[in-house]
Ligand binder design. Structure first.
Ligand code: GCU
Length: 691
């Protein structure tokens, strides 16, 4: 092995001190604040990887690759961090070992993988191993590069790589609920990273790091502002700043979308709180979608946006829900409202995403979970081809546990995006360690109308556009997500969005290996704890399927008394909500198989029992214990799981740097305290009905 420079000598000396384990780990890991996320590029040891040093030191990137700059930059960062080498980047071929990054738009095989797909292969040429990353598009090469770096970070052998990747879903989005003043609705990790009042170089650097993280997991679209949209986001001064952000995101294959307020064509509101008021940024007397002046107004606005941001993705609209304006204010339907905007975006290749989360607008139905299906299912087939209906995973509202939304599978001719929530609004904010991948997988594996949701949102049959959106948990905290382990939710979301069939354990393992440098048994312990954290959280706050147990404002503290009647009933006989044929009839919104399953207390999955049924305290569940006993047992198991987490984390003290160790430990202590309070409150509340 040729030692090339001083940096590498220092690196190798450091490695010698790290011992012989396959995982490079310093005795006292240096403090980390979590800013680097899973792209820490910590030193890796081991013959397996070092054999490839020669190859990785000499990189060829075809000159006509528009993303060559960011690819080279990432490789330099990654390889110097992990292997201590500063690779030479060539744009013309030389007869040396190489990592070769090649764009081949003409190749049939690559064309079938699309512009984002790629292959990575190791090929033996004479005495040299050459690694090829190939794609038909510039974006695929960025994704392929991040994939190779991940293989090195996770210590995979490189001598015989044979990888073919292609995203299963077209739009893999983050939805930021960020307001123009820097606050983040349901955000628990500081202020918005989009500092519109002062977009400095430092902020743009952070946005670039955000783009790198997103590209490394395949996210290719972001909505920058809150669905409760402030109309001013569409003003020219904001658009100019957004164009600067778009320039930073573009090389990472990320397109910008904006949430649009339906009342934007109206004059500014006279009330200071523009959000949710009927005020806009125009001067028209109406925002009626059938009015020609309104259409003209939107057309000019859209043209203006595309002049500034030629690859602008389109709008996301929350209309006629929770006080937001919409077409129904003018007696028009969702279809009329959405198609009007979609037709204006269409010539620019833009799409219009219309949210199906409609709540408390014109609703006369007491069981709120029925509203969304009732409003949208009859509209199937009436939306334009570039309209997408974005449907939350559940019919209620991002509960820790709720059945999947019945619209999945029920719409055959409408593009559908699934909306998940990465930020932990009802899941313990950034205090609780709750790993959401198992919850999302549970949702994606659910079948309605004989189709798995994972396939409904990824396989094109009668629709053109597929997508998934995750409400982001990102803020300007040093570690981005408030809790170090909440980074795993951002990470897992991206990987699942790329391929909803991926196994959770492989995602979690990758994240753990890249985020911490633990020994394999440490990884395993954390993996088990992370995997069970969702169900244990649900046992505490949505036990046996009882939704909405927290306070109406923060959605964090126990507030059972305030939530009864509206969300569930309780009395001396039992607890729950009858949504069967004898109750609200909600179960009939599913296909016949699920309807039967949910309607019958004997077959209803126990995790949804209190969501669909009003159940006697003495009703015996499958384990032979009564409902009440099960509730109490669940609370206790939930608390025990936090003790286990604390114990496990403590056992890893020597392997984690002090800063992250302490920060996580503090979170666990707070989690335990708050969970105990929750449990005492809940048990006390139940007792008042059991006298
Ligand atoms: C929830 C959440 C709101 C959000 C809304 C939505 O109700 O609490 O903050 O605006 O969902 O998804 O539109």
């Amino acid at each position: 092995m040729i030692i090339k420079n001083l940096r590498q000598i220092l690196f190798l000396t450091a490695m010698l001190f790290m011992g012989a384990g396959t995982i490079a780990r310093q005795k006292t890991p240096t403090n980390e604040n979590g800013y680097k996320l899973w792209l820490r590029y910590a030193p890796v040891a081991g013959k397996k990887i070092q054999e490839h040093e020669e190859t990785l030191s000499n990189i060829f990137i075809s000159s006509h690759v528009s993303t060559a700059g960011v690819i080279a930059e990432e490789l330099k960062k990654g390889l110097s961090g992990m292997l201590g080498i500063t690779p030479a980047i060539h744009q013309s071929k030389k007869d040396r070992s190489y990592l070769r990054i090649v764009k081949q738009p003409g190749s049939e095989h690559l064309k079938n993988l699309g512009k984002e797909g790629y292959t990575i292969k190791t090929i033996q040429q004479k005495n040299n191993k050459i690694i090829f990353i190939k794609s038909a598009g510039d974006a695929g090469l960025v994704y392929g590069t991040f994939h190779l770096l991940r293989l090195i970070q996770t210590q995979q052998p490189l001598h015989n790589i044979h990888i073919t990747e292609k995203p299963q879903i077209i739009f893999r989005m983050l939805n930021h609920w960020d307001n123009l003043d820097g606050s983040v609705e349901r955000g628990y990790s500081g202020a918005s990273i989009f500092t519109w009042n002062d977009l400095t170089k430092d902020n743009l650097q952070r946005i670039k790091d955000y783009a790198r993280a997103n590209a490394s997991i395949g996210i290719n679209a972001v909505v920058l502002n809150n669905v409760n949209a402030d109309p001013r986001i569409l003003r020219n001064d904001y658009l100019q700043k957004i164009a600067r952000v778009a320039d930073v995101l573009r090389p990472y294959n990320i397109r910008i979308f904006l949430s649009a307020n339906y009342a934007s064509p109206l004059p500014p509101s006279s009330t200071p709180d523009v959000i949710k008021k009927q005020g806009g940024i125009g001067n028209l007397a109406t925002a009626d979608p059938l009015n020609e002046q309104v259409q003209q107004w939107w057309k000019q606005k859209v043209d203006e946006i595309y002049r500034l941001i030629p690859d602008f993705g389109g709008f996301l609209v929350k209309a006629n829900s929770e006080g937001m304006p919409g077409p129904q204010d003018y007696g028009r339907s969702h279809v009329e409202g959405a198609n009007m905007l979609a037709r204006i975006l269409q010539p620019h290749n833009g799409i219009l995403i219309w949210r199906a989360f409609v709540y408390a607008h014109n609703n006369k139905e007491p069981d709120r979970v029925k509203q969304s299906y009732a409003e949208f299912q009859p509209l199937d087939g009436q939306f334009d081809q570039n309209v997408i209906l974005q449907v939350k995973n559940g019919p209620l509202d991002f509960q820790p546990l709720e059945p999947p939304h019945p619209l999945f599978g029920a719409l055959e001719k409408t593009n559908l995006f699934a909306e998940l929530q990465i930020t932990q609004e009802y899941l313990g904010h950034s205090t609780y360690l709750v790993y959401l991948a198992p919850m999302w997988k549970d949702f994606l594996n659910f079948e309605n109308h004989q189709q798995k949701i994972a396939h409904i949102i990824s396989k094109k049959k009668t629709v053109r556009i597929t997508g998934i959106a995750g409400v982001a948990n990102i803020g300007d905290d040093e570690n981005w997500t408030g809790h170090h382990f909440a980074q795993a939710n951002w990470y897992a979301y991206g990987r699942i969005a790329w391929n909803p069939d991926l196994l959770i354990d492989s995602i979690t393992n990758d994240w753990l290996k890249m985020t911490f440098s633990l020994d394999p048994s440490g990884n395993k312990k954390l993996l088990n704890i992370m995997n069970s954290s969702w169900m244990h959280f649900a046992d505490l706050q949505t036990p046996i399927g009882l939704p909405v147990t927290t306070d109406p404002g923060m959605h964090y503290y126990p507030a059972l008394k305030q939530r009864t009647n509206m969300y569930w009933k309780i009395n001396a006989k039992g607890i729950g909500y009858d949504r069967t044929a004898s109750g609200s009839g909600y179960a009939s919104q599913y296909d016949a198989v699920n309807e039967r399953l949910f309607n019958n207390i004997q077959t209803c999955p126990e995790k949804y029992l209190l969501f669909f049924h009003f159940v006697d305290w003495n009703y015996r569940l499958q384990n032979g214990k009564t409902l009440l006993e099960n509730l109490l047992q669940g609370f206790q198991q939930s608390i025990n799981s936090i003790d286990r987490l604390k114990f496990t984390w403590h056992s890893l003290k020597d392997q984690v740097d002090e800063q992250r160790y302490k920060e996580v430990q503090q979170k666990i202590d707070l989690q335990k305290k708050d969970a105990l309070e929750f449990k005492y409150y809940f048990v006390g509340f139940l007792h008042t009905f059991l006298q």
